[in-house]
Write a new protein. Structure first.
Length: 316
């Protein structure tokens, strides 16, 4: 019995060390700060501060402070109520909302509309893609060259968002993209983190596509089934653009709108641009990781998951 118990402990230990990023996963944001003006800063730990220049999602434990010309509007995820944050003020975000440390924060008032539009639920769902699987030696399991290139089964494109993407299987591999019956040869791109192709000259409607993988000796992989993309017309694209503009500077709501339309590549690009400009905003990174998973970009998903998990372990 003693040895059986010890074996069970060892087994559980090996299973737990095979995964990272689950136990320490963050809860969804508690609030967001909008209409940011003047000098506004945030801190994850109360000691190191960074500027806020646009809509900012806030997690429990964050602090916000404003300068002499700083202000913003705080919107609670719990009840949708809003509060105005004045100049020379500091607040701390808790699970229940905002606590005033100094300065001026108005009483909560009802905010019209669905502020988060399900983003918090989306964030919680995206957490499942942040896990990094590790081998017994502690190194991540990843295939350097895997010729089985899978593509997102359904995606929406338009003149403004015309790109298809897929994983770069290996530096020396080239690709044959087949759209309907049209064949496009795509040369190897040794250093590309993904392969991107801009679709042109297609009519509105649904089209089939597949990506075949080739090496110097010929084809090494053909998918069993074709994928599909839908090309939207100018009128539908114009309506989408108007909807995106209504989200102002909230890139996460904009990306969510694109996802709802099946524009997974466009949503990914919105996230990528945001995190390139704001590399410290790791707490929201699961949303980008989920897009990489959706688009079968496993190498980039793993890379971002590692970065996200390292940020949870640190305090910056």
């Amino acid at each position: 019995m003693k040895f059986k118990g010890m074996g069970l402990v060892l087994l559980l230990g090996s299973l737990l060390t095979g995964f990272t990023g689950m136990a320490a996963a963050k809860e969804p944001p508690v609030a967001k700060l909008v209409q940011v003006e003047g000098e506004v800063e945030y801190s994850r730990n109360g000691t190191e501060w960074r500027p806020v220049r646009r809509t900012k999602y806030l997690f429990s434990g964050y602090r916000i402070k404003t300068g002499a010309d700083g202000s913003g509007k705080l919107i609670s995820q719990n009840d949708g109520m809003s509060q105005d944050l004045g100049s020379n003020s500091e607040i701390e975000i808790t699970d229940e909302g905002a606590t005033l440390i100094s300065g001026n924060l108005t009483k909560p008032r009802q905010e019209s509309g669905s502020i988060f539009e399900g983003l918090s639920n989306k964030f919680a769902k995206a957490q499942r893609y942040t896990t990094v699987r590790r081998s017994a030696t502690g190194t991540a399991n990843e295939k350097q060259c895997d010729n089985k290139v899978r593509t997102v089964k359904e995606v929406t494109l338009s003149a403004a968002y015309p790109d298809l993407v897929w994983r770069n299987a290996c530096p020396e591999y080239s690709y044959r993209l087949v759209i309907d019956d049209n064949i496009i040869e795509i040369p190897a791109q040794a250093t590309a983190e993904m392969i991107r192709y801009t679709v042109t000259d297609v009519k509105p409607g649904t089209h089939t596509y597949r990506v075949e993988v080739l090496d110097k000796d010929g084809t090494v992989y053909i998918p069993r089934k074709d994928s599909e993309f839908t090309w939207v017309d100018e009128k539908a694209e114009k309506a989408l653009m108007a909807k995106l503009s209504s989200a102002a500077d909230d890139v996460f709501i904009q990306a969510s709108m694109l996802e709802e339309q099946g524009m997974h590549v466009a949503a990914m690009d919105v996230y990528r641009e945001y995190f390139n400009e704001n590399p410290d905003d790791n707490d929201m990174r699961p949303l980008l990781i989920e897009r990489y998973n959706e688009l079968k970009l496993q190498n980039l998903q793993l890379q971002e998951a590692r970065l996200y998990n390292s940020s949870l372990e640190g305090d910056f």
